[in-house]
Design a protein. Structure first.
Lengths: 306, 318
């Protein structure tokens, strides 16, 4: 039945499945789309498979000890020093990135004129595009010597310098995600506050930030995940000392740096040391996955609808 | 809004005072009000400058970083540096091998990510119906994008390097990198496909085209600028990424230039990494690292400029 209604013809043609291509193509594309799912399964599989070999040879109580010496004759695999290193670099990075990133987000979304914003924002985004290896070089060859002048006891490899540089690297991420959240607050609410005579600062702290808090928190949580997974900066500038210490002027090893050190070292396939890579990788993967799920949950659950 | 009470109370107080001022202007109250307002405006201006400083702080650091690196590379970055092979003598060392390695790596990464990425985007945007499979793929891609790159290195090491026996070759590195940057291409292509207006599709269907013809002849050609922009962004990510390749076991010193995809290779970021580590022994390596960083950053700058130009010039607005 030919119809004269154009919309009906269109609908008929959309449903038309006479051609070979319209039967085959969806299957090909589905196959391609499933490659990314297979990748995730591949990651989970490799991590779990080799971690099982690790945990079958190393008792859990040893994993939670503070002694990490994978290459000694009598190897010991306590991962607490690695968790400790990751914890401190992440905290330092957040202490830098959150206040400055938030300040930048507030300035760009509330105070800056359109022209200034058009200049500052792309420049800020350049920071996000610089490879992490460059930040690593910067932390090691510039920031560490600079900090040594202020803190003479600072080690050539330490946690402070990569933490600060990592924070600077994350500023654009916090700034841009928080700015998006603040821009999503309806103009009416802002105008309401301004109309009551509040200054821009008061509008920001009492209206804009409470209204966009879910997006802001999500951006901070994502930044934490980024800091935990960051590799090259800490590998270069924080070194590979496996001591369990709280002294941020000294070298600590993060989980990521351990993976890099061990694979580029002489870990032969099949040794416990080799499998320990996957155990650390699994812990890292679970950490970042949980944090990302939390961020997604916060952004979805507490999103204010206007 | 008034949970912390105090300041909110002042706000109301000010309004009340202002009203009072209108009806009966008493001197003390007016001066108190003025002080209050001056204080609030002052605080506002102070905060404004503080926020401005925090925005500029990051940019100043960027300036220092670029300055340090450019100054460090002066005298070392010349044509010889680009065309010489690696050498243990800093004066003779060049990064020809690393540049060739990066080019070879891109020859693998570009076609693989483009084909899989665009196909995934087409499936999600054009073919998939709301349902479990579509949701799984979407959640999966957003989670994959946040997996630390070093984990992709472990995947490559296990699957490509050991299970498929490719070793630390260009092919293994390229496949690992492709999976790493895949989410970027998918998301960018999805946005490009979504921006094609519905009336163009309807026009195509109205003229008798079926779904595949519509996608191939109408939707894809229009979204190509957006797809290319995403592809370039993913390539610049792949060029700068170091950790997965180090984990894969890309060796420290490659003296010979790669000639095929099964050869061992090195890339610019890895060269920077090892030179930075070795500055303890040979301080001159810091200059070589700086010079390599300049080459890397210039490459990325050119790529990103091209992406911006394509986005601005060729993207049609409807």
């Amino acid at each position: 039945m030919e119809s004269n209604n154009v919309r009906e013809i269109i609908q008929q043609n959309i449903r038309k499945k006479n051609h070979f291509s319209d039967k085959l193509m969806p299957k090909i594309f589905l196959f391609m789309a499933l490659i990314s799912v297979v990748t995730t399964f591949g990651i989970v599989y490799t991590l779990i498979f080799d971690s099982i070999k690790f945990f079958s040879q190393v008792p859990i109580s040893e994993v939670f000890s503070t002694k990490l010496s994978p290459l000694s004759k009598n190897p010991s695999f306590g991962f607490l020093p690695l968790l400790n290193g990751t914890f401190f670099t992440t905290i330092i990075a957040m202490l830098v990135a959150v206040p400055i990133g938030m300040g930048a987000a507030i300035y760009l979304s509330q105070f800056a004129s359109e022209q200034i914003r058009k200049i500052l924002k792309p420049v800020l985004e350049v920071l996000a595009g610089i490879p992490t290896i460059v930040y690593g070089f910067f932390a090691y060859s510039f920031v560490t010597p600079l900090l040594m002048k202020l803190i003479p006891s600072l080690g050539a490899k330490n946690v402070l310098s990569p933490g600060i540089v990592m924070g600077i690297m994350i500023i654009p991420m916090v700034a841009s995600l928080s700015e998006d959240a603040m821009n999503a607050v309806p103009e009416i609410m802002k105008e309401g506050a301004m109309g009551l005579g509040s200054t821009k600062l008061e509008t920001t702290t009492k209206v804009i930030i409470p209204a966009s808090i879910s997006g802001i928190v999500a951006s901070v949580v994502l930044a934490i995940s980024r800091a935990i997974g960051e590799t090259m900066i800490v590998t270069i500038a924080s070194g590979s000392a496996k001591n369990f210490t709280f002294d941020i002027t000294q070298s600590m090893q993060t989980m990521t740096a351990y993976i890099v050190e061990f694979t580029s070292g002489d870990a032969g396939s099949g040794t416990v040391g080799y499998y320990s890579l996957y155990a650390v990788g699994l812990i890292l993967f679970i950490f970042t996955l949980i944090i990302n799920l939390i961020a997604q949950y916060i952004a979805r659950k507490y999103r204010e609808e206007y | 809004m008034n949970k912390d009470g105090n300041e909110g109370f002042i706000l109301k107080e000010d309004v009340k005072l202002m009203n009072e001022k209108m009806t009966r202007p008493e001197k003390e109250q007016v001066t108190f009000n003025k002080d209050r307002i001056a204080w609030r405006i002052g605080l506002n201006n102070f905060a404004k400058h503080l926020f401005f400083l925090s925005t500029v702080f990051a940019i100043v650091v960027l300036g220092i970083l670029l300055y340090q690196i450019v100054v460090g590379s002066i005298g070392w970055l010349d044509w010889q540096f680009l065309t010489n092979n690696l050498s243990i003598f800093p004066e003779k060392a060049g990064i020809k091998g690393a540049i060739m390695g990066t080019l070879f790596l891109m020859m693998i990464v570009i076609p693989i990510t483009l084909i899989i990425g665009v196909a995934t985007a087409i499936y999600l945007e054009e073919y998939a119906t709301e349902g479990r499979i579509q949701r799984i793929i979407k959640v999966n891609i957003s989670n994959l994008a946040s997996v630390p790159s070093v984990i992709f290195g472990l995947l490559g090491l296990t699957v490509f390097s050991r299970m498929l026996n490719l070793g630390p070759s260009i092919l293994a590195g390229g496949l690992t990198m492709s999976l790493l940057v895949l989410p970027i291409v998918v998301v960018a292509s999805q946005e490009a496909l979504r921006s094609v207006p519905g009336f163009l599709r309807e026009a195509s269907y109205g003229m008798g085209a079926d779904k595949w013809t519509t996608i191939w002849r109408v939707v894809l050609p229009i979204s190509i600028p957006g797809i290319i922009t995403g592809a370039i962004l993913s390539i610049s990510r792949a060029i700068g990424e170091t950790a997965p390749l180090v984990v894969l076991g890309v060796p420290t010193l490659i003296m010979k230039i790669p000639t095929g995809i099964m050869d061992d290779f090195t890339v610019m970021p890895i060269q920077i990494y090892y030179w930075t580590l070795d500055t303890v022994l040979t301080p001159e390596y810091a200059y070589l690292a700086s010079a390599t960083i300049v080459v890397l950053l210039v490459t990325l700058f050119i790529l990103n400029s091209v992406a911006i130009i394509i986005r601005n010039k060729f993207q049609k607005k409807f």
